[in-house]
Design a protein around this ligand. Structure first.
Ligand SMILES: Nc1ncnc2c1ncn2[C@@H]1O[C@H](COP(=O)(O)OP(=O)(O)OP(=O)(O)O)[C@@H](O)[C@H]1O
Ligand SMILES: [Mg+2]
Length: 603
């Protein structure tokens, strides 16, 4: 059955993210006890109604269950109508009270489990994100990943709460069914025959919800993309006065989302009235049947049929809740699939770590015949072979897009490679533990990665405790001292999203300071392309020179003046090593490097 398949899917999903569905056992147990008391309370209702209609309670001694119950009581409790009636009312009340106590416990359990589940799911997804390769994030929209982590997680959790409620309703329905069968199996059999018609008319509606829910996710993701694109590029929008275009683009997706949301509701909200109408029709037919049973077949009596109706009325709620379950499972299936996509290993670009502890560089890195492509069409790196020696400054230069940053990303184990080898002192780079290897590397990226936090926290990211004296000494070296003095709260100033409150040069200086503080033996620097004024440029060059000295340094330089002190320069073009040598060798060769050098001479 379709619903079973969905339940299995949910179950698999829970297992996959490390949550045992058995944790819901308490909800079910308490729910069952609650349902049991609800059933019993109806059992007491029949003699109460009968007592009112007949004006006495003598029939108690002939009712199967009541007869036994009252035989346990002393004689003076059962010898008057009033006393028996009072006992029946008290017992019915106690059952209703107990049912509610257990229902509260059920909701409590369910709520506890759902928020625990939500928290676990969030933590698992975040942990997964951190385990993915850099390429995954190059290819996926951050807005969507953000929504998946927060919005969808919450959405699914809320729905699971609903599922818990439905389980309770199923239990109650089972108990109701027993009572209904006990009162009249003929009427109940009739209900059994007509309910499938009821079920199939609803499932038709549910199918349409599924379609809409998938469309909703697609449009919603597009909307998130538009939001993150716009909010991350406000200066671009302003400088091109493209507010109107952005607004229209946003409105387009926002309207589509509205349409989808309304379409889903249109179908979803139809379920309750539709079921109510069908149930009413069913009840009317039942009344006719009851009339026939009482007056022509002389079966049953008015009091038990009245209770029968009451239970039936109550079951409609349980029944529609169960019918709702399928819609519920359908509505969460698309967000669940999105979250599920995080838990499969397809296109996550994992970079497997080796096991060996990296002991530090002894001699050299050798990149041999390295090939790398982002897609099937173009080769970003083509048969790159080069050597990076210990304690030497190696510069990599070349036109934009020639593959310089790609080499660095591979060297840093951000991207995995299959074609070619990287040998470190005679051993395969892949055999080393990535964590221990990277702990020996200070990396200054082309874009400064900064958190919306204080300047101090940004400077000390991943570094650990460092005294303020040492920190101030280092910032003096990197030219950040003046900035810290000028900032309203000094080191405790918040620097904004991705450091927007800092200038391009200041951001670079923060990255450089971080690398100096890390004090690692290997330095990899991917120089930012942003143009700096000549004072900043000199300062940054001074800082770069001071940290690269005595270290194994790999410097990607756009401003060729940065690499005057390099021991070796590698010139890259279209992913291939075009030239290689010292500054003087390359200049006298009058090749590509010479051209680049001549072009920059006048800047
Ligand atoms: N994540 C990515 N997905 C697909 N293609 C990419 C990705 N990153 C880079 N590329 C492509 O690979 C090529 C090399 O890019 P790379 O960033 O290595 O160039 P670069 O030499 O560092 O350039 P620049 O000097 O501008 O920083 C470029 O053509 C670029 O379009
Ligand atoms: Mg680059």
């Amino acid at each position: 059955m379709h619903i079973t398949a969905k339940c299995v899917e949910v179950n698999d999903f829970l297992k996959k993210i490390g949550i045992n569905p058995e944790i819901f056992i308490f909800t079910i147990l308490f729910g069952f006890i609650g349902a049991f008391f609800e059933g019993i309370s109806f059992g007491f209702l029949i003699p109460i109604v009968k007592g009112i209609i007949e004006g006495n309670t003598f029939f108690i001694n002939e009712m199967p269950f009541m007869k036994d119950l009252f035989s346990y009581l002393p004689n003076n409790y059962t010898n008057s109508n009033a006393k028996v009636f009072a006992i029946l009312v008290i017992l019915a009340f106690l059952c209703v009270a107990l049912k509610n106590v257990f229902m509260y416990l059920t909701s409590l359990c369910s709520s506890f489990q759902v928020w625990r589940f939500s928290n676990n799911l969030r933590k698992k997804i975040f942990e997964r994100y951190l385990s993915f390769g850099k390429l995954y994030f190059d290819q996926n929209n951050v807005g969507r990943l953000h929504e998946l982590l927060t919005g969808y997680t919450r959405q699914i959790s809320m729905q699971i709460k609903e599922v818990n409620n439905t389980i309770f309703q199923i239990l109650i329905l089972i108990i109701y069914l027993f009572i209904l069968l006990a009162i009249s199996w003929k009427l109940t059999l009739f209900i059994f025959i007509v309910s499938p018609i009821f079920y199939f008319s609803l499932s038709n509606v549910v199918k349409k919800i599924k379609l809409n829910s998938e469309l909703f996710v697609k449009n919603y993701n597009n909307l998130l993309l538009v939001i993150s694109n716009s909010l991350f590029s406000i200066p671009l929008i302003k400088s091109y006065s493209s507010e109107e275009d952005e607004k229209q683009n946003f409105n387009k997706y926002s309207n589509l989302v509205e349409q989808n949301e309304f379409n889903i509701d249109k179908k979803k909200e139809l379920i309750t009235p539709l079921s109510e109408i069908l149930v009413t029709l069913l009840i009317l037919i039942l009344v006719g049947l009851m009339f026939y049973l009482i007056y022509f077949q002389k079966e049953g009596d008015i009091s038990s049929f009245m209770v029968y109706f009451l239970i039936l009325k109550k079951s409609t709620y349980s029944f529609s809740a169960i019918a709702h379950l399928q819609a519920l499972l359908q509505a969460i299936s698309a967000p669940m699939r999105e979250i599920n996509s995080i838990f499969n290993d397809e296109n996550k670009f994992f970079v497997n770590s080796g096991f060996k502890e990296f002991p530090g560089l002894k001699e050299k890195f050798e990149i041999r015949n390295l090939n790398f492509s982002f897609n099937d069409k173009t080769k970003t790196l083509n048969n790159v072979t080069l050597t990076l020696e210990k304690n030497k400054i190696t510069a990599i230069v070349g036109p934009s897009g020639s593959g310089k940053s790609t080499i660095i990303n591979i060297l840093l184990r951000f991207y995995d490679y299959e074609n070619g080898k990287i040998i470190v002192d005679g051993e395969d780079l892949k055999s080393f533990s990535t964590k221990s290897y990277l702990s020996h590397i200070g990396y200054i990226s082309q874009e400064a990665y900064l958190h919306n936090d204080t300047l101090r926290k940004n400077l000390l990211y991943g570094i650990g405790q460092i005294s303020d004296e040492k920190l101030l000494e280092t910032v003096k070296e990197t030219g950040l001292e003046k900035l810290i003095k000028d900032l309203p709260d000094g080191l405790n100033t918040l620097i904004g999203d991705r450091g927007v409150k800092l200038s391009g040069g200041e951001k670079q200086k923060v990255s450089i300071t971080r690398a100096i503080l890390k004090n690692s033996e290997i330095l990899i620097l991917d120089e930012a392309t942003s143009s700096l004024d000549s004072i900043s440029e000199q300062e940054i060059q001074k800082a770069i020179l001071s940290i690269s000295k005595g270290r194994t340094s790999i410097i990607i330089a756009h401003r060729l003046s940065t690499i005057k002190n390099a021991d070796k320069i590698i010139v890259l073009k279209d992913g291939e090593v075009e030239e290689e040598g010292s500054l003087n060798e390359l200049l006298s060769k009058k090749g590509l490097f010479f051209d680049l050098w001549e072009k920059q001479r006048f800047f």
